[in-house]
Ligand binder design. Structure first.
Ligand SMILES: [Zn+2]
Ligand SMILES: [Zn+2]
Length: 176
């Protein structure tokens, strides 16, 4: 697969046990739909935040500026608004993959963090490493974003528990 920005070959990294592709030059991230679907399964359920509301306004999507092409289909990528934020990510209407430019990942994290309750975050943060073990297997340059990423993972876990207590109970009873 080829980077939509600078045409470099993408490389693989593991993010909370979900495989993602990244560009070694511009450090953009590519999430394939299969990867996201797996992320919705129990084991990697925390990555589902990535496609929050993304396809809601699909008919309003505009072609991304800069002639970005989908790394796998080679068709033009479209701009999609991320939730109620002003962040625009690039998506492929055909394979439903999602491209994040370097920096957009951080923006999404801070957007999600704004809606979080800091006390709850601190509380959950204490057992993070126990739950996930090795969070990132990839280039060290992504390490700086890890702490924020972990906070978001825990926040979404908490929200799930509040909104869907029955589901949360089932998940809690599954082997890790
Ligand atoms: Zn690139
Ligand atoms: Zn595609």
């Amino acid at each position: 697969m080829i980077c939509p920005i600078d045409k470099k070959q993408l490389k693989k990294a593991l993010l909370a046990e979900t495989e993602v592709d990244y560009c070694p030059k511009c450090l953009g991230l590519w999430f394939e739909e299969d990867e996201l679907r797996q992320a919705k399964d129990v084991k990697d359920r925390n990555l589902r935040w990535l496609d929050i509301d993304l396809w809601k306004d699909e008919e309003k999507f505009k072609i991304s500026p800069g002639r970005k092409l989908c790394p796998s289909c080679r068709l033009p990528l479209y701009e999609a608004k991320y939730g109620s934020s002003n962040i625009r990510v690039d998506v492929c209407n055909l394979c439903k993959g999602i491209w994040l430019d370097r920096g957009e990942f951080k923006k999404i994290i801070s957007y999600l963090k704004k809606e979080a309750d800091q006390e709850i975050l601190d509380h959950y943060l204490k057992n993070l490493i126990n739950e996930f073990g090795e969070i990132l297997q990839g280039p060290e340059v992504f390490q700086e974003e890890l702490e924020d990423f972990l906070i978001v993972l825990k926040t979404l876990n908490y929200k799930l528990a509040v909104q869907y207590p029955a589901i949360a109970r089932i998940i809690a009873g599954l082997p890790k």
